[in-house]
Design a protein around this ligand. Structure first.
Ligand SMILES: CC(=O)SCCNC(=O)CCNC(=O)[C@H](O)C(C)(C)COP(=O)(O)OP(=O)(O)OC[C@H]1O[C@@H](n2cnc3c(N)ncnc32)[C@H](O)[C@@H]1OP(=O)(O)O
Length: 483
């Protein structure tokens, strides 16, 4: 028998189904496939030895009670060493024991759950919002709370199935370690007769161990890790696919950020190995948060630093302090508790947006001419654009100094040029995407933009953006280059 006849795609075979008590038996609310199954079934994401295989992973919409059900038409009879994949053996490390009861018992437990009707998520209600005429609530609780831990244990398999290189969290740790974690849940609040909630997403944040200040002589038992000045780190952020692109991610991220700003013990919000989609969400949320403050302080590039234009004299170095209000920017960054590299991206994006599009590459400006004229260009927006490129290049150069030093001068210049162009293209994508969402429905330069979306292309790869001394919850396999 040819191998291919008995192999199937594990992502297709695995169905994730959300169920809810129905009239007489649980009904399906949504079904979707995973994005990844390599942590469970290996790099090829193939399962051998079954025909018509369906692995159905059910979750109750309210308390996430899990269940695994496996069905198939035919199973390969072992020949020598070749046998069908041991499905339960592969799944067991990822799902709680309670998921392995028989289907009838599971359905009965969901259908007759006395708590389903009035289910309240564990932890504290931190924020409520409406979207598309539906009500949603964000709840947050410490991982030291057994009810939070139970929900997380039940749903953690989704981290392996939807976040590349994401690994489930060890929840058997001692309580002081668990206290460092806060888990956020977003639930849709639904009306009777099927009251309770439907989980939309979950997210874990961690009080980073890079605690910044300890009392001089701590007394045993008097310190709570979660109350020490620290960074808050978003570790894993997951929205069920049926709810993507509805703004839930932005609501949650903004709520976490607001709680950071309000908490005097938190100095900065960071993110662990964000992927490209999360970066897009974070960039647009941070931009919307900071933009009013930038506008209030009239942050812009001075097109004539040290009178360079009037004197027609080129400053020997990039005169950062004369080009942008560095002190103001520092204070905005500290007040909004945004991590330094992320803040630099938002500032660059904002400053780019203040230059009318016709004076930017995206609007067809004549770059070759500008590179001849440089700071002596007649038009002040051309000069702004010239200085924008210099500021961005300066940041990129500092960040990748070692990598660039290995290149010949000519290659170094070319690499930096390519990178700045790719960074700029990335900003243009976000600026375009934000166009309709900004209050004035125009970009910050006051001109309309095209709304075009493209894939980001970045050339110089980041080393680790965040503090490397921190332990990580997963080994990144394919880290998105971010500069
Ligand atoms: C730290 C980490 O955990 S990194 C891993 C992040 N998690 C995952 O990748 C798991 C699977 N994916 C998800 O859970 C979700 O798709 C998320 C968290 C990435 C995004 O959540 P959503 O609720 O869909 O985001 P939301 O609707 O708020 O989108 C906000 C903006 O982010 C950007 N964005 C979000 N998803 C995408 C995407 N797939 N492609 C491009 N842009 C995106 C867009 O600008 C979007 O605004 P728009 O829809 O008006 O254009």
């Amino acid at each position: 028998m040819a191998d291919g006849d008995w192999s199937c795609d594990a992502n297709d075979a695995l169905h994730i189904t959300v169920v809810q008590p129905g009239e007489t038996k649980p009904r399906t609310v949504s079904t979707f496939h995973p994005q990844f199954t390599y942590p469970i079934f290996g790099d090829e994401e193939q399962i051998f030895g079954y025909k018509g295989l369906i692995i159905r992973l059910r979750f109750a919409a309210h308390d996430l009670r899990p269940h695994v059900h496996i069905s198939y038409d035919e199973r390969f009879k072992a020949v020598g060493e070749t046998s069908a994949t041991d499905l339960l053996g592969a799944l067991k490390p990822f799902i709680p024991e309670e998921a392995l009861i028989n289907l009838a018992d599971y359905e009965k437990a969901v259908q007759e759950d006395p708590e389903a009707k009035d289910f309240t998520p564990p932890g504290k209600l931190v924020y409520g919002y409406e979207a598309n005429e539906r009500k949603y609530e964000i709840w947050a609780g410490s991982l030291a709370d057994p009810a939070v831990r139970r929900l997380l244990d039940r749903v953690q398999v989704l981290v392996s199935l939807f976040i590349e290189a994401g690994t489930p969290l060890e929840t058997n740790d001692p309580e002081w370690t668990l206290e460092r974690w806060t888990v956020f849940f977003v639930y849709e609040k639904i009306k009777p007769p099927h009251a309770g909630g439907i989980l939309i997403l979950h997210c874990r944040v961690r009080h980073s161990l890079s605690v910044l200040a300890l009392p001089a002589r701590p007394h045993r038992g008097s310190i709570k890790i979660s109350e020490l000045p620290a960074r808050l780190r978003i570790a894993q952020f997951l929205i069920l696919p049926s709810h993507h692109r509805s703004g839930h991610g932005t609501h949650l991220y903004t709520t976490i950020h607001a709680s950071c700003i309000a908490d005097p013990t938190i100095v900065e919000l960071t993110v662990e190995d964000p992927n490209e989609n999360f970066d897009a969400l974070r960039d647009s949320a941070d931009y919307c948060l900071l933009r009013p403050e930038f506008l209030k302080r009239n942050v812009n590039i001075n097109p004539d630093p040290h009178g360079a234009y009037s004197k027609k004299q080129r400053p020997r170095t990039v005169p950062t302090g004369a080009l942008i209000p560095t002190e103001d920017l520092n204070s905005i960054r500290t007040n909004f508790k945004i991590e330094a590299t992320q803040f630099a991206h938002i500032v660059e994006m904002y400053l780019l947006g203040r230059i009318p599009k016709s004076h930017r590459l995206a609007g067809g400006t004549n770059l070759a001419r500008l590179l001849i004229k440089k700071h002596k260009a007649d038009n002040e927006d051309d000069r702004r654009y010239y200085w924008w490129r210099m500021l961005t290049k300066q940041r990129l150069y500092k960040k990748h100094r070692e990598l660039l030093a290995e290149l010949e001068l000519i290659d170094r210049v070319e690499k930096l040029d390519d990178t700045v162009r790719n960074v700029e293209e990335g900003y243009e994508i976000t600026l375009d995407a934000l166009e309709g969402r900004l209050p004035e429905a125009e970009d910050d330069s006051g001109t309309a933009s095209s709304g075009r979306r493209e894939k980001r292309k970045l050339t110089v790869e980041d080393e680790d953006d965040e503090d490397e001394e921190e332990e990580s919850t997963g080994t990144p396999l394919a880290k998105r280059p971010k500069v």
